[in-house]
Design a protein around this ligand. Structure first.
Ligand SMILES: Nc1ncnc2c1ncn2[C@@H]1O[C@H](COP(=O)(O)OP(=O)(O)O)[C@@H](O)[C@H]1O
Ligand SMILES: [Mg+2]
Length: 630
């Protein structure tokens, strides 16, 4: 450890960390399973750590889930069970109850899909790998793998977790993660719990379907939790597969509602009439019940329970009534996300650590936030529910949102705590939000354009990385946002639109790809950017070959050769590589092997000189084909 520590820093390793008393606050670093000492805090003892109240009702549903799991464990097969239900209805809760029941006989790994800007598409998977292995280094991953392909599997996983810049095939990535899960499940039944699947990226949903389809011989149970909105985007989810089912979680029955109220209102006297009103309004939604009773016991809000008819309205009233210091803290936390560190809140507010901690303690007592399970000792907290976070975020004024999101971006840019997440995406998201709020407040604010450009750059970098991982859906989403933010900024906008065009082309959307290239070309011409013009003409030419029915290879060769000469005239052989490669390829396809060979050999020389590995590989591969079949 001492060799990893920087000047003036105290690091502890995994084994030491678990021995530390909670007063010692440490924070994870990116350096090989180490934690940095942040502070020693005397006020920690004041934070309530009440265990959750017992679960009420849900016997039938719990039994159904357990049965599905038993089937998986006994018959060694893969099964995906999705629990659908409204926000606050108790999905996460029943999953926790189920997890506790099977923990001792199973490998249990849990994660959730983040709602926004929190990293790469497959983040939940990387999170799971980290839980299973204690890290995402090659050695830790290898330790759990077996079989001939273990090296390839480990390599793929490690490079995905590291957000590698290398080009890779998404299906190979899927395969590697599936193999990893299988290797774990072979030892003893594996249960994955994936919360908030309605926020899952399309490629992540694809992955789960892929596992359901291809992994049949090991006991692997995947329990997904989602709001019914999941089906808006994926109507087919859970359908058409023998090993994938959905179940709907409805409100608690009347008896359960009254038991829950009795449990919640311990010590508080509620009139019979008030109880009836609460029960009626909550419609069996436990979150609604909890918050209504909590409101009744908020001393400052000792109103007559004449609450608004929706949970959102109720939460708004509760947050509105908070003392100013609590509001400040909960607002800052809501900007960070559903889960937030004490350290980040302190940083955002430039506040005192112990005071902030004490304020958090009182928000915990009000049932608005809670220490994150397993992570409380490292100063990580979470909103008790996503709806509370959303309400808190909505209650922040625009001026403050702009400020807090920008601070959050600066913080995220230097934070090393979220291994496996794409920092550019997170930072880009917060800058984007800061920009949107500022521009709304004052369209001519001179601080806006640089903010937008910085956000665009970050999102574009994340987008390009996603494209290289072949995650085109994520790439298109990120690059489209970057394009919107860079509307008047040459050359940034041109680069972004060009990348977006490539992502559309990779996804097979020729029309949108063409629009992007045409727009970029127009800009490049306006700015007399000769190289960009040539590169874009080349991109458009290639696209015609894909998209235009009557466009022949011969035409392609004629036009391509003309472009090549233009590159040479411009003294830019370096950029001609791609054009040269596609013309060579067209020569090969039309049976002109000698011409093809001449161009490829020239490209190999370029690739050598420019140290362009990608061009080198492509050229070598094509040369082999030419020599074999030409
Ligand atoms: N059956 C239950 N008995 C007691 N409390 C419950 C029950 N179901 C949910 N809750 C509580 O209600 C709140 C909302 O439940 P949660 O599982 O987070 O909802 P969801 O995941 O469906 O949005 C949580 O605080 C949870 O502990
Ligand atoms: Mg939930």
């Amino acid at each position: 450890m001492s060799s990893l520590a920087r000047d003036g820093e105290i690091l502890v390793g995994r084994r030491t960390r678990v021995l530390l008393p909670p007063e010692v606050i440490v924070r994870r670093t990116r350096r090989h399973g180490s934690w940095r000492l942040v502070n020693v805090d005397g006020t920690l003892a004041s934070i309530p750590r009440r265990l959750d109240r017992p679960m009420i009702g849900r016997d039938v549903e719990l039994r159904q889930i357990e049965q599905a799991f038993t089937d998986v464990a006994e018959n060694g097969r893969c099964q995906v069970l999705t629990i659908l239900g409204a926000a606050g209805i108790g999905k996460s809760r029943i999953a926790r109850e189920f997890s506790d029941a099977i923990r001792s006989s199973t490998t249990l790994l849990t994660s959730r899909c983040p709602s926004y800007g929190e990293g790469i598409t497959l983040w939940p998977l990387i999170d799971i790998i980290r839980q299973a292995t204690g890290g995402t280094s090659r050695e830790t991953v290898l330790r759990l793998l077996h079989g001939e392909d273990r090296d390839i599997v480990a390599e793929r996983i490690v490079s995905t977790a590291a957000g590698s810049e290398e080009l890779s095939d998404f299906h190979e990535t899927f395969w590697a993660f599936k193999r990893f899960l299988e290797c774990i499940a072979v030892r003893r039944p594996l249960c994955l719990v994936i919360d908030d699947l309605h926020w899952g990226a399309p490629s992540f949903l694809d992955f789960l379907e892929y596992v359901a389809d291809w992994s049949r011989k090991v006991p692997l149970f995947i329990l997904c939790l989602a709001r019914p909105d999941l089906l808006d985007d994926r109507a087919s989810w859970g359908g058409g597969r023998v090993n994938s089912t959905c179940m709907l979680l409805e409100g608690l029955c009347e008896d359960a509602v009254h038991s829950m109220m009795a449990e919640l209102a311990q010590g508080e006297e509620l009139t019979v009439e008030a109880r009836a009103r609460v029960a009626r309004t909550a419609e069996g939604n436990p979150l609604f019940l909890e918050q209504m009773i909590a409101m009744a016991s908020d001393r400052r809000l000792q109103c007559d329970l004449d609450v608004p008819p929706t949970i959102q309205a109720l939460l708004a009233v509760r947050l509105d009534g908070l003392p100013p210091e609590e509001r400040r803290v909960i607002e800052a936390a809501s900007v960070i996300g559903r889960r937030f560190s004490l350290e980040a809140v302190v940083e955002l507010l430039q506040a005192d650590l112990s005071q902030t901690r004490a304020v958090l303690g009182s928000l915990i007592r009000r049932e608005l936030v809670a220490p994150a399970p397993d992570l409380a000792d490292v100063g990580i907290f979470e909103f008790r529910h996503g709806l509370i976070r959303d309400s808190a975020h909505r209650s922040v004024s625009r001026v403050r949102l702009a400020d807090l999101h920008e601070r959050c971006a600066r913080w995220a840019a230097q934070d090393s705590g979220r291994e496996g997440a794409d920092v550019d995406e997170t930072v880009g998201y917060h800058l984007e939000q800061a920009f949107r709020h500022r521009v709304e407040l004052e369209p001519n604010d001179p601080g806006c354009p640089p903010l937008a450009a910085e956000a665009a750059k970050r999102l574009a970098q994340a987008g390009v990385r996603a494209r290289k991982r072949s995650d085109v859906t994520a790439a298109i989403r990120l690059l489209s946002r970057a394009a919107e933010l860079s509307s008047a900024d040459y050359p940034l906008r041109n680069l972004v639109v060009n990348e977006l065009g490539v992502a559309f082309r990779d996804s097979g959307n020729w029309g949108s790809a063409r629009e992007c290239f045409v727009e970029a070309l127009r800009w490049a011409e306006e700015h007399e950017d000769r190289i960009a013009v040539l590169l874009l003409r080349n991109a458009l030419l290639l696209l015609r070959l894909h998209a235009e029915k009557g466009f022949t290879l011969d035409e392609f060769i004629t036009k391509g050769s003309r472009l090549l000469r233009a590159f040479e005239d411009a003294g830019e052989p370096r950029h001609a590589g791609q054009a040269q490669h596609s013309v060579a390829w067209a020569y090969f396809l039309t049976g002109r092997a000698l011409e093809a060979e001449r161009l490829i050999l020239r490209n190999i020389a370029v690739a050598k000189r420019e140290d362009d590995e990608q061009l080198m590989t492509a050229s070598n591969n094509l040369l082999v084909s030419v020599w074999t079949y030409g």
